[in-house]
Design a protein around this ligand. Sequence first.
Ligand SMILES: Cc1cc2nc3c(=O)[nH]c(=O)nc-3n(C[C@H](O)[C@H](O)[C@H](O)COP(=O)(O)OP(=O)(O)OC[C@H]3O[C@@H](n4cnc5c(N)ncnc54)[C@H](O)[C@@H]3O)c2cc1C
Length: 461
Amino acid sequence: MPRLSRRLFLAASAALAARPAAGAVTPGNAVYDVVIVGAGAAGIAAARKIAAARRKFVLIEAADHIGGRCITDTRTFGVPYDRGAHWIHVPDFNPVTKLAARRGLEVYPAPPSQKVRIGRRYAREGELEDFLALQVRADRGIADAARKGDVACAQALPNDLGDWRPAIEFVLGPFGCGKELAQVSAVDFAKSIERNADAFCRQGFGALIAGFAEGIAVKLSTPATLIDMRRDVLVETPNGTISARTAIVTVSTNVIASGAVKFTPELPKRQLDAFAKLSLGSYDHIALELSGNPLGFESDDLVFEKSADTHTAAILANVAGTPLCLIEVAGTFGRELASQGEAAMVNFAADWLAGLYGADLKKAIKRSHATRWNNEPWALGAFSAAAPGGQGARRILMEPMQNSVWFAGEAVHETMWGTVGGAWESGERAADAVLRRLGPVKEPPPEASVSTKRKPPPRKL
Ligand SMILES: Cc1cc2nc3c(=O)[nH]c(=O)nc-3n(C[C@H](O)[C@H](O)[C@H](O)COP(=O)(O)OP(=O)(O)OC[C@H]3O[C@@H](n4cnc5c(N)ncnc54)[C@H](O)[C@@H]3O)c2cc1C
């Protein structure tokens, strides 16, 4: 992971400088109104709301940078490379787009169409129409099934998808949800907001989110290890214990399920089950620098393969007009490939592209990099998709614990789950709930009414 500007955030760390040693804090005497755990999209959104309400808060982050699963790396390729989220889905509704315009960053619409590679050629118009029409039918099949009850999306697919089935299963399953359709709840899928328009940020989605954190104090390299909710909230970290009246916890479902953050009292089974049902799928970028645009891609071309099986990927080519091409691998195949390491991932991408475009393409590959989100200790995966029967888990995670701890993050959103917009909105909602619980800020009395100074005598004219 690239390091973002530490300077920006170090100044803010002073807020914790006078922290007491671990274990030395007594409950009932909270230093902060709110402790926010995790400085990804949800944590940043929550912090902005709490700051605007003039409540005393501290934002702690386990990693040495902010952004979480939405981070832009400008070092590896010398151009913005989003290692996590890149697509701004449904920009008209996305809370982050509304704010982007004010930050001087360029958000532009993604091309509306996609291409499909069939062996060494592109799909003809009629074939593309078939592909898109079958995708719509598959979507409808899932929505119809979801109205009757919750089943796996795979069970709801129409039977007559013919030889397009593997490609459609890839697009809706691994590419869209990070999981095979057999592992995804039809109700969760159907509730998800239709992503019929997208946008990109030319400087990177991660840069956009990091910009929103400007001026907000973040305590980096400070993982929460224990959250004690018995009276107020005590958050233990290797750097000391933080006491607050409330907490907003935005760490990923897989991190919570791994037990990396303990709770006292222990989380009830209801919540533990909810985290387990919302496990993160697998989704990674294999980033290749293809010099000289040897394949004649247009800017931000999205290309799928009419594949015969699950060993496939998607291409996002010439990202924002640069030589950067992202080969997207996901689901079970992506997970297995990523577990073999970066070299195996880059080899797969080169061979797969060579199969579609010819072996000469390999000569054009310059620098490369592959993300491995399942191995990132503070994420442990890409994004959540509910297991069949598990959609209700998202609402369960909206319930506060002990009326003092709220969960937030992409998993805690019913229609924009798995996205930065969903994470952002859930962070804002959690902040609103916390602010309601804390009540109005008591205004200090106007200076005049507390002044004990005597008024100066009227000036003699
Ligand atoms: C490869 C990839 C591609 C994606 N593509 C898109 C896309 O195109 N569009 C889109 O909208 N979404 C996309 N997503 C999903 C999107 O990135 C996430 O939904 C979103 O960023 C999640 O934000 P969050 O705040 O909920 O969680 P996170 O970003 O995970 O933030 C949680 C923060 O908590 C920190 N943390 C963890 N444990 C602790 C601890 N113990 N103590 C303190 N801090 C801790 C983490 O380091 C992290 O910074 C993608 C994700 C991946 C991985």
